[in-house]
Design a protein around this ligand. Structure first.
Ligand code: NAD
Length: 266
């Protein structure tokens, strides 16, 4: 049986990379998905490929009115969301910390962190009004646990995402709203070259892979997006899941788990 039959999901940053993989995996599991992204054309491309179970919405997650309008679009089109995936994100290039200008710093925090504040403000009232709980998945990162040099401000933003996920989990648990953070280590997405801070050549990629215990990455766009997205599915269907792909870090014994993967299995 499909694990997400008739569930309604919002996935931000779903025009490419991890978000696109999650949107595909959710629809394959029976969910209806709002494909939200600042790249409206990309969002439409993904939604068109998914058919009637998906709808595209052009949305800058760092703009409160866009987030409010997107959540309203979800309610009007499919209904109150059961699952919200805060996946949209950006990084600065890998470089010495003083070379990152203030505007870039502000943008990283607006997209990676403040967007979750906006989304929470937009979805909590509708989840509470429905009264049957829900799931919020924030895409954090191992960058927020074991930072790499050259990514200082990005690391800090993901540290904030990891921690705010725990804080949200303990506060919203009594309302049956589970909050989890998924912490990937490396995916061959549009962001990868920025993380590397050098051209994505086979040699440079191989060097980077030596820093990952299992020595491998995921390409969510072209290879096994469903497998890549398995934590995003499992964290919806089983709060205590301990599938082989993840080392689960309990955020709260009764309400949440956080999937933190430092081995390179997703
Ligand atoms: N790729 C990795 O190795 C890696 C590792 C750990 C965490 N992450 C996180 O995974 C998430 C997805 O990134 P990805 O690797 O798939 O990269 P990606 O660049 O392919 O996807 C990011 C998506 O977010 C969208 N986006 C950017 N700014 C936005 C905004 N203001 N409003 C709405 N959408 C916006 C982009 O258009 C893009 O479609 C990010 O939060 C990233 O920090 C990635």
């Amino acid at each position: 049986m499909s694990q997400l039959n008739n569930k309604i999901a919002i996935v931000t940053g779903a025009a490419s990379g991890f978000g696109e993989g999650i949107a595909h995996a959710y629809v394959a599991q029976g969910a209806k998905v709002v494909v939200a992204d600042i790249n409206g054309d990309g969002a439409r491309r993904v939604a068109d490929a998914l058919g009637a179970s998906a709808t595209a919405f052009a949305c800058d997650v760092s703009a409160r009115q866009d987030v409010d309008a997107m959540v309203q679009h979800c309610v009007n089109t499919f209904g109150v969301p059961d699952i919200v995936v805060n996946n949209a994100g950006m990084t600065h290039d890998n470089q010495p910390m003083l070379q990152v200008d203030e505007a870039t710093f502000d943008r990283v925090f607006a997209i990676n962190v403040k967007s979750i504040y906006y989304m929470t403000n937009a979805v909590l009232p509708v989840l509470r009004a429905r009264g049957t709980g829900g799931v919020i998945l924030n895409v954090g990162s191992t960058a927020g646990i074991r930072p790499r040099p050259g990514l200082t401000w990005y690391n800090a933003s993901k540290g904030a995402v990891n921690l705010l996920s725990k804080a949200m989990a303990v506060e919203l648990g009594p309302e049956k709203i589970r909050v989890n953070a998924i912490c990937p280590v490396m995916g061959l997405t549009a962001m990868f070259e920025q993380f590397l801070g050098m051209p994505d050549t086979p040699e440079n990629r191989a060097k980077f892979l030596t820093t990952i215990p299992l020595g491998r990455s995921r390409n969510p766009g072209t290879s096994r997006p469903r497998r890549f997205s398995s934590p995003a599915i499992a964290l919806n269907s089983s709060p205590a899941s301990s599938s082989p792909w993840t080392a689960a870090e309990p955020f709260d014994q009764s309400t949440s788990t956080g999937a933190c993967n430092e081995q390179g299995t997703f």
